[in-house]
Design a protein around this ligand. Sequence first.
Ligand code: PEP
Ligand code: MG
Length: 588
Amino acid sequence: MPKGVHAPEIIYEGIPASPGIAIAPVHVVARGFSAPEVYEIPESEVPSEQQRFKEALEVTKRQLIELQSRLEDLSGDNESGIFEAHVMILEDRSVVDRVLLAISKRQQNAEFAFYAVMQNFLEAMRRIPDPYLRERTADIEDVAQRVLRNFNAAGDVRPQGPDDQHVLVAYDLAPSDTASMNRRHVLGFATEQGSVNSHTAILARAFGIPAVVGLDVAVIDIIALTPSILDGYTGKLILFPTPETLERYRTLMLAKEKVRSSLDAMRGAATETVDGRPLTLSANIELVDELALVRRSGAKGIGLYRTEFLLLNGEEMPNENEQALAYSKVAREMSPHMVIIRTLDAGGDKLPVEPLTDPEPNPFLGWRGIRVSLARPAMFREQIRAVLRASAYGKVALMFPMISGLSEVWRGKDMVRRCMDELEEEKVPFDRDLPVGIMIEVPAAALCADLLAPEVDFFSIGTNDLIQYTVAADRVNPHVAELYRPTHPAVIRLIKRTIDAATANGIWTGVCGEMAGDIRLTPLLLGLGVEELSVGPQQVPRVGQAIRSLSHAECAAMADEALRQSRSQKILDLSMNLARKHYPNLLD
Ligand code: PEP
Ligand code: MG
């Protein structure tokens, strides 16, 4: 190319998975989970072939344990719990025994026998309708790949980048790749595969590595060492950026850095409006290994612990003791702050409760949430007992999902009373005053909030579901995404009605759906009278700062005006006006 002439700038779009900007040449890594060679072994070699498999497992376990302690040293935290889960996969008898059997019965070489068993396992995982759980296949692939490498004692060959600073571009990255990244060299990464819910993305956010997933280009088409900008805010990989683009991003980086350090300085500060109205700002978690992120975020508690994610590693809920252990850990680590443990909300777009049941024609209107718990009293009892046991270790509250009417609340509370009596008899300590609340996420519950409020200690509005049920638009269906509007007049009227009923009965109302983390809508929610917001750990600092910048009186006046509007866009504009007025620098 003649001097002074630029290659044209190319912009690839992806999904923003971890915020931040990286400016550096790309380093491209190709990898895949490819089949090893298959060959028949003589019967006499079956024992030695099985031994080879066991040794590969042992080497892998040692590597994972080492990786885990390296990660602990690096982060001082326990994201490395992920690798404990990896070790558990290697110890899973159903996998190990099947491989040993394949080697002896089919007389296949160990690598292939292992590969075939893992492929079956992965295939089963991919069929799980929950996108979060489907993403856990990345963890299993990661472990499988390590074992395959270790058959040849080839050691640990991770995608290594060059020693210079770069943006790593890969087809996909395993969580262990992300965890062991040299963060002085890898300034950010982009992958063709992946989703925001993958562990890889979770770790990137935990470590503050800008990341984009689901890139709309085949990675092999990207030329190594091309100058690039990775934009983790909007999900872009820009190749051959022009000097103007570079300048724009450098300015943006400086501005973001300024915002970030001011937010960091405020972490843990009280979340109170400028006119003195306090708000509780807590975090949502799915897995215990997100606790480190929560602590770092400055959140004042857990407003929603989605316990259905305990189903991740099996087809059944863990037993009472296993659940009590997990809940107690969360309660202890978050103490003295409150942890709201939601009972199982499987079904809908999440993991099916009983994988062997036929798929439902309308899963969102079917067997999910409290309906399942009430129909499975033994399972429900174990979960309630586990939550009660955890309440001896910190401040714990219990919450029922998908409540549509009074009788579900009565039956749920009845089970709580029975479990309390049992534990008392068994002399097991628990908190007798443990608050019991409900999710308001079915329009019927919002409309009857005045009937429900006298029965419970708090309401938490699940806007993700409340919106979908109110406007009859599936929350995961892109064809009706246009209709799925948090500021639809019907939605905000239901929120208002819920809060009014709660206030009249002396209980508080929180919001734990995604709407709570959208700082464009913080003025609206505060104005409507919400007293608690529970958001993803990453959103905590920004939502906290938004709260501290707003006046409750001004938000309430705006919310009154919003309630008189007939169009969602107008309601959004009203809220946005206050957001722009008070924290323009926080809005992306
Ligand atoms: C909700 O519906 O808003 C909610 C928080 O619950 P989930 O997203 O787990 O259904
Ligand atoms: Mg919900």
